[in-house]
Design a protein around this ligand. Structure first.
Ligand SMILES: NC(=O)c1ccc[n+]([C@@H]2O[C@H](COP(=O)([O-])OP(=O)(O)OC[C@H]3O[C@@H](n4cnc5c(N)ncnc54)[C@H](O)[C@@H]3O)[C@@H](O)[C@H]2O)c1
Length: 256
């Protein structure tokens, strides 16, 4: 009998960061309640969740409150309360454009999908009283929230919003015993990342910049996710898992 329950939103396929997190949480005794974006994505998501003993998966697209309600009804009908909520959603329709060429519609939609959806989801779970006191919410950010990373374009400011929402929710929900945090990994080649211009170069850059000469694996990120979700003192934080690649400034080869 698994003792804890985790809702995981944002598994696309086995390369997803959330796939690594689902596997780590399962290995640590969590029952996994996963969502999938649409029917096309379902077999790829199932290839991750079938080995985790998952029988019920739920369609979820940001903004579809009926789908969110169906997840809540499933939890209520099966007497299941959540100990962890993983929000790993990102989308930006104009990610390939320079920031100053992005339309307000695309930016607004991206903030809704990639950041504010965390608030909508958590609010609905709290209203329905399916989130346990002592429970924890985790989202995924990126250092582009602090630095202007070439190619990351509009998603940098969107991640800044997400991180501010983490702090705001952590402050508000502490009284209910609920913690809210983010893990901020270095670059990993995933489906979402493949839409970012020059992403392979970004991975090579991060590897070279890291004092350790490596980039984070899904396992590294997932272990930190589990720690952040389960450590009762971690709240309102954004934890880097990037091998130190974002804390150094390297000089060009010709410097003396
Ligand atoms: N890959 C990286 O290098 C990296 C680094 C730091 C942070 N992150 C973050 O990690 C998270 C997971 O991304 P990933 O890189 O594993 O890619 P991924 O493509 O595996 O996951 C992105 C997920 O977002 C979901 N999604 C997109 N639009 C949605 C919508 N409208 N409604 C519901 N779900 C939607 C997709 O279905 C997918 O499951 C994202 O927040 C991303 O910004 C990724």
């Amino acid at each position: 009998m698994r003792k804890k329950n985790a809702l995981i939103i944002g598994i696309a396929n086995p390369e997803s960061i959330n796939a690594g997190i689902a596997e780590e949480l399962y290995a640590n005794g969590y029952n996994i309640v996963p969502t999938y974006l649409n029917e096309k994505a379902l077999p790829h998501v199932k290839s991750v969740t079938d080995p985790l003993g998952v029988e019920d998966l739920f369609p979820f697209q940001v903004g579809n409150m009926d789908q969110l309600q169906a997840i809540i009804e499933y939890l209520q009908e099966s007497g299941m309360r959540l100990d962890a909520v993983v929000h790993g959603i990102a989308f930006a329709s104009e990610i390939k454009k320079d920031l100053h060429e992005v339309s307000w519609k695309s930016f607004k939609d991206s903030v809704r999908i990639s950041a504010f959806s965390m608030v909508e989801i958590v609010a609905a779970l709290i209203r329905a009283d399916v989130l346990n006191p002592g429970g924890s919410v985790l989202t995924l950010s990126y250092i582009g929230s602090h630095l202007a990373v070439e190619g990351y374009n509009m998603m940098g400011p969107v991640k800044s919003v997400l991180e501010a929402l983490v702090r705001g929710l952590a402050s508000e929900l502490g009284g209910k015993g609920i913690r809210v945090n983010a893990v901020s990994p270095g670059p990993v080649m995933t489906r979402a990342a493949s839409g970012i211009k020059g992403f392979s170069s970004l991975i090579r850059y991060a590897q070279t910049a890291s004092p350790l000469g490596r980039t984070a694996t899904l396992e590294d990120i997932a272990k930190m996710a589990h720690e952040v979700l389960s450590n009762p003192s971690i709240n309102g934080a954004v934890y880097l898992v990037d091998d130190g690649s974002s804390v150094v400034v390297t000089l060009p080869d010709d410097s003396c």
